[in-house]
Design a protein around this ligand. Structure first.
Ligand code: SF4
Length: 380
């Protein structure tokens, strides 16, 4: 296990809500200065100068609503309270339509060295359907500006499976994305979550979600297309140009290593206990103004929960689940409890066992949820 930790900083502000989004964010941008003061107080309370940090991720919300000085301040506050490695991966999420070219040259001086750009699509109709604040042209310009400023480690976020999306239109998105030469692509299947405008439209019969078969087809196409374009499909929704360009930060979550989350709604995990901050910005700020840690929930993970997460997260990855590591963590061989299911998965040609690792193949990954459910039923 790695002795470095990761820090996630949540910036819960957006210009307006996207139609599919169930993340916590608010549109009252005037709260940003007070929010940053509260963030500094949280950092003061939880500082640990001996803890080595080698990834920092500013996510949201829309962190690119912060100006360059604010990003610089956040990183300085973090460096003053933790031991941030010289070569730490520092990612900032960017939304097209929020920044111009000078933003990126300014960012270079803050230490941000990786950008995750929420393009979602290069198709204006799809962007409108998703209620994104930008059009395809603005997304392309944002990418040009970022690359022009010298950022090389750039990830693009894309969404597929919007109602009525055809294979041809999704391939056009993938083609345009790869032409921009990013080092990483995250391609997410659209899920329609309760409480979102898309969910309401679905309930009223205004939209009909893509069926499972279409989604699986698009998933397989995505993997094959991006593989051919030189991307490694290293996690179910993530593709990188070689191992070196994998997201170090997100890999930590998939490896179940401890992480520290700061800001409203942020989660932390210390290897045994998981806790989360208040979702409400107001409660987050009120607690911190009276010197209290803004805790909403905390739970000590049971062995069963840890095992469930281990199986679920590892089967999402290219490398899959290491039998020795499983035994070391849970003190019994994986085969003892899951041998029968494992044999069935292998017999149905949905996965492989190589060098002591069990991984799902591409077809197996289309059944990931069912496979995980079956395995978890053996735990609970
Ligand atoms: S920009 Fe991101 S966080 Fe904000 S509403 Fe859209 S999807 Fe949600």
């Amino acid at each position: 296990m790695c002795d470095h930790q990761s820090i996630y900083i949540h910036i819960p502000f957006c210009i307006r809500k996207c139609a599919y989004c169930d993340f916590y964010s608010k549109t009252c941008l005037c709260l940003i200065p007070d929010y940053l003061k509260a963030f500094e107080k949280e950092m003061d309370l939880r500082q640990s100068p001996d803890t080595a940090i080698d990834t920092i991720y500013l996510g949201g919300g829309t962190p690119s609503l912060l100006d360059v000085e604010q990003v610089g301040q956040i990183l300085q506050i973090t460096r003053d309270r933790f031991r941030v490695s010289q070569n730490a991966e520092i990612t900032l999420e960017i939304n097209p339509g929020t920044v111009g070219s000078s933003y990126f040259s300014g960012l270079k001086g803050t230490g941000v060295n990786r950008l995750s750009i929420g393009v979602q699509s290069f198709n204006d109709d799809k962007l409108k359907f998703l209620n994104r604040i930008h059009n395809a042209d603005e997304a392309v310009k944002t990418l040009d500006h970022a690359q022009g400023a010298g950022f090389e480690n750039i990830s693009l976020d894309l969404i597929y499976g919007v109602p009525g999306e055809t294979r041809a239109s999704w391939i056009r998105d993938l083609k345009k994305a790869t032409e921009r030469m990013p080092s990483h692509i995250s391609a997410y299947m659209l899920t329609i979550e309760p409480g979102t405008p898309l969910f309401e439209q679905m309930k009223q019969g205004i939209i009909i979600p893509s069926d499972q078969e279409t989604m699986s087809l698009l998933f397989v196409m995505t993997s094959r297309y991006l593989n051919r374009a030189g991307f490694e499909h290293y996690e179910i929704s993530n593709f990188s140009k070689g191992r070196i360009n994998r997201s170090r930060h997100n890999s930590r979550y998939w490896e179940l290593t401890p992480y520290l989350g700061f800001g409203a709604a942020a989660h932390s995990y210390d290897g045994a206990v998981r806790f989360s901050n208040h979702r409400s910005i107001e409660r987050y700020m009120t607690d911190l103004s009276s010197g209290k840690q803004p805790l909403e929930e905390q739970e000590t993970l049971t062995l069963e929960q840890k095992m469930t997460e281990f199986i679920m997260l590892r089967l999402r990855t290219l490398e899959g689940l290491d039998m020795d590591e499983f035994q070391k963590r849970f003190r019994f061989p994986f085969q003892d409890r899951f041998g029968k299911i494992l044999s069935r998965i292998l017999a149905e040609d949905l996965g492989m066992m190589e060098a002591g690792r069990f991984a799902l193949n591409l077809e197996g990954k289309t059944y990931l949820n069912n496979i995980v459910e079956t395995l978890v039923a053996g735990i609970l």
